[in-house]
Design a protein around this ligand. Sequence first.
Ligand code: RB5
Length: 148
Amino acid sequence: MNKIIIGCDHGGLELKNEIITHLNKSGVEAVDVGTYTADSCNYPDYARALCERIQSGEFERGILVCGTGIGMSIAANKHNGIRAACCSDTFSARMTRMHNDANVLCLGGRVVGAGLACDMVDLFVNTEFEGGRHTTRVSMLADIEKDN
Ligand code: RB5
Protein backbone atom coordinates (compact mmCIF):
# COMPACT_ATOMS: atom_id res chain seq x y z
CA MET A 1 0.00 0.00 0.00
CA ASN A 2 1.53 3.33 -1.02
CA LYS A 3 -1.15 5.74 0.12
CA ILE A 4 -3.45 5.99 3.10
CA ILE A 5 -5.92 8.55 4.40
CA ILE A 6 -5.53 9.94 7.92
CA GLY A 7 -7.51 12.25 10.21
CA CYS A 8 -7.79 13.37 13.82
CA ASP A 9 -9.39 15.74 16.26
CA HIS A 10 -7.51 18.07 18.59
CA GLY A 11 -6.84 15.17 21.01
CA GLY A 12 -5.03 13.26 18.28
CA LEU A 13 -3.26 16.07 16.44
CA GLU A 14 0.22 15.59 17.85
CA LEU A 15 0.22 11.81 17.34
CA LYS A 16 -1.26 12.14 13.86
CA ASN A 17 1.60 14.45 12.84
CA GLU A 18 4.16 11.93 14.18
CA ILE A 19 2.45 9.16 12.22
CA ILE A 20 2.43 11.20 9.00
CA THR A 21 6.18 11.83 9.35
CA HIS A 22 6.73 8.11 9.95
CA LEU A 23 4.57 7.06 6.98
CA ASN A 24 6.31 9.48 4.64
CA LYS A 25 9.71 8.13 5.72
CA SER A 26 8.41 4.62 4.96
CA GLY A 27 7.35 5.66 1.45
CA VAL A 28 3.61 5.76 2.20
CA GLU A 29 1.77 8.92 1.18
CA ALA A 30 -0.58 10.09 3.94
CA VAL A 31 -3.49 12.23 2.77
CA ASP A 32 -4.57 14.33 5.75
CA VAL A 33 -8.24 15.32 6.12
CA GLY A 34 -7.58 17.41 9.25
CA THR A 35 -7.98 18.73 11.79
CA TYR A 36 -4.91 20.87 11.33
CA THR A 37 -4.89 22.95 14.52
CA ALA A 38 -5.11 22.32 18.27
CA ASP A 39 -8.47 24.13 18.46
CA SER A 40 -11.25 22.06 19.99
CA CYS A 41 -13.32 20.30 17.32
CA ASN A 42 -15.73 17.39 16.90
CA TYR A 43 -14.29 13.98 16.05
CA PRO A 44 -17.36 12.71 14.12
CA ASP A 45 -16.71 15.37 11.43
CA TYR A 46 -13.28 13.93 10.71
CA ALA A 47 -14.40 10.32 10.96
CA ARG A 48 -17.09 11.06 8.39
CA ALA A 49 -14.72 12.94 6.04
CA LEU A 50 -12.29 10.01 6.08
CA CYS A 51 -14.80 7.15 5.90
CA GLU A 52 -16.64 8.64 2.93
CA ARG A 53 -13.42 8.56 0.93
CA ILE A 54 -12.91 4.90 1.79
CA GLN A 55 -16.53 4.11 0.91
CA SER A 56 -16.06 5.83 -2.47
CA GLY A 57 -13.11 3.55 -3.22
CA GLU A 58 -10.58 6.40 -3.34
CA PHE A 59 -8.66 4.86 -0.42
CA GLU A 60 -8.42 1.28 0.79
CA ARG A 61 -7.51 2.05 4.40
CA GLY A 62 -7.36 4.91 6.88
CA ILE A 63 -6.13 5.95 10.29
CA LEU A 64 -8.12 8.06 12.77
CA VAL A 65 -6.66 9.54 15.95
CA CYS A 66 -8.55 11.18 18.82
CA GLY A 67 -7.81 11.38 22.54
CA THR A 68 -8.72 7.77 23.24
CA GLY A 69 -9.35 6.35 19.76
CA ILE A 70 -12.76 5.31 21.02
CA GLY A 71 -14.91 8.18 19.76
CA MET A 72 -13.33 7.88 16.31
CA SER A 73 -13.94 4.11 16.23
CA ILE A 74 -17.58 4.48 17.26
CA ALA A 75 -18.14 7.18 14.61
CA ALA A 76 -16.28 5.25 11.89
CA ASN A 77 -18.19 2.04 12.55
CA LYS A 78 -21.49 3.85 11.84
CA HIS A 79 -20.49 3.89 8.15
CA ASN A 80 -21.45 0.95 5.94
CA GLY A 81 -18.42 -1.01 4.83
CA ILE A 82 -16.15 0.47 7.47
CA ARG A 83 -14.52 -1.94 9.89
CA ALA A 84 -12.69 0.26 12.40
CA ALA A 85 -10.53 -1.15 15.18
CA CYS A 86 -9.35 0.85 18.16
CA CYS A 87 -5.97 -0.64 19.11
CA SER A 88 -3.42 -0.07 21.84
CA ASP A 89 -1.15 -3.06 21.17
CA THR A 90 0.65 -4.57 18.20
CA PHE A 91 -0.99 -8.00 18.49
CA SER A 92 -4.45 -6.48 18.02
CA ALA A 93 -3.27 -4.24 15.18
CA ARG A 94 -1.98 -7.30 13.30
CA MET A 95 -4.92 -9.56 14.12
CA THR A 96 -7.53 -7.02 13.14
CA ARG A 97 -6.08 -7.01 9.64
CA MET A 98 -5.76 -10.82 9.49
CA HIS A 99 -9.14 -11.72 10.94
CA ASN A 100 -11.42 -8.67 10.64
CA ASP A 101 -10.04 -7.13 7.43
CA ALA A 102 -10.16 -3.84 9.35
CA ASN A 103 -9.96 -0.87 7.01
CA VAL A 104 -9.63 1.85 9.65
CA LEU A 105 -7.16 1.88 12.53
CA CYS A 106 -8.14 4.12 15.45
CA LEU A 107 -5.54 5.28 17.95
CA GLY A 108 -5.62 7.29 21.15
CA GLY A 109 -3.22 10.22 21.20
CA ARG A 110 -3.60 10.34 24.99
CA VAL A 111 -3.20 6.57 25.35
CA VAL A 112 -0.23 5.40 23.29
CA GLY A 113 3.18 6.87 22.57
CA ALA A 114 4.46 7.58 19.09
CA GLY A 115 6.82 4.57 18.99
CA LEU A 116 4.09 2.04 19.73
CA ALA A 117 1.62 3.86 17.48
CA CYS A 118 4.02 3.76 14.53
CA ASP A 119 4.63 0.02 15.06
CA MET A 120 0.85 -0.52 15.00
CA VAL A 121 0.57 1.61 11.86
CA ASP A 122 3.26 -0.49 10.13
CA LEU A 123 1.38 -3.69 10.97
CA PHE A 124 -1.93 -2.21 9.86
CA VAL A 125 -0.42 -1.11 6.52
CA ASN A 126 1.58 -4.27 5.80
CA THR A 127 -0.57 -7.15 7.09
CA GLU A 128 -2.94 -8.90 4.67
CA PHE A 129 -6.38 -10.30 5.41
CA GLU A 130 -6.19 -14.05 5.97
CA GLY A 131 -9.50 -14.81 4.19
CA GLY A 132 -10.84 -18.37 4.50
CA ARG A 133 -13.23 -18.77 7.42
CA HIS A 134 -12.83 -15.09 8.22
CA THR A 135 -14.40 -14.10 4.89
CA THR A 136 -17.69 -15.60 6.03
CA ARG A 137 -17.54 -13.72 9.30
CA VAL A 138 -16.68 -10.41 7.66
CA SER A 139 -19.57 -10.84 5.22
CA MET A 140 -21.82 -11.44 8.26
CA LEU A 141 -20.85 -7.95 9.43
CA ALA A 142 -22.19 -6.57 6.15
CA ASP A 143 -25.39 -8.54 6.75
CA ILE A 144 -25.83 -6.78 10.08
CA GLU A 145 -25.48 -3.42 8.29
CA LYS A 146 -28.15 -4.44 5.73
CA ASP A 147 -30.55 -5.40 8.54
CA ASN A 148 -30.12 -2.05 10.27
C1 RB5 B 1 -11.72 15.24 23.10
O1 RB5 B 1 -11.49 15.86 24.32
C2 RB5 B 1 -11.93 13.75 23.30
O2 RB5 B 1 -13.17 13.55 23.88
C3 RB5 B 1 -11.80 13.02 21.99
O3 RB5 B 1 -10.55 13.25 21.45
C4 RB5 B 1 -11.93 11.51 22.05
O4 RB5 B 1 -11.11 10.97 23.02
C5 RB5 B 1 -13.28 10.97 22.08
O5 RB5 B 1 -13.50 9.75 22.08
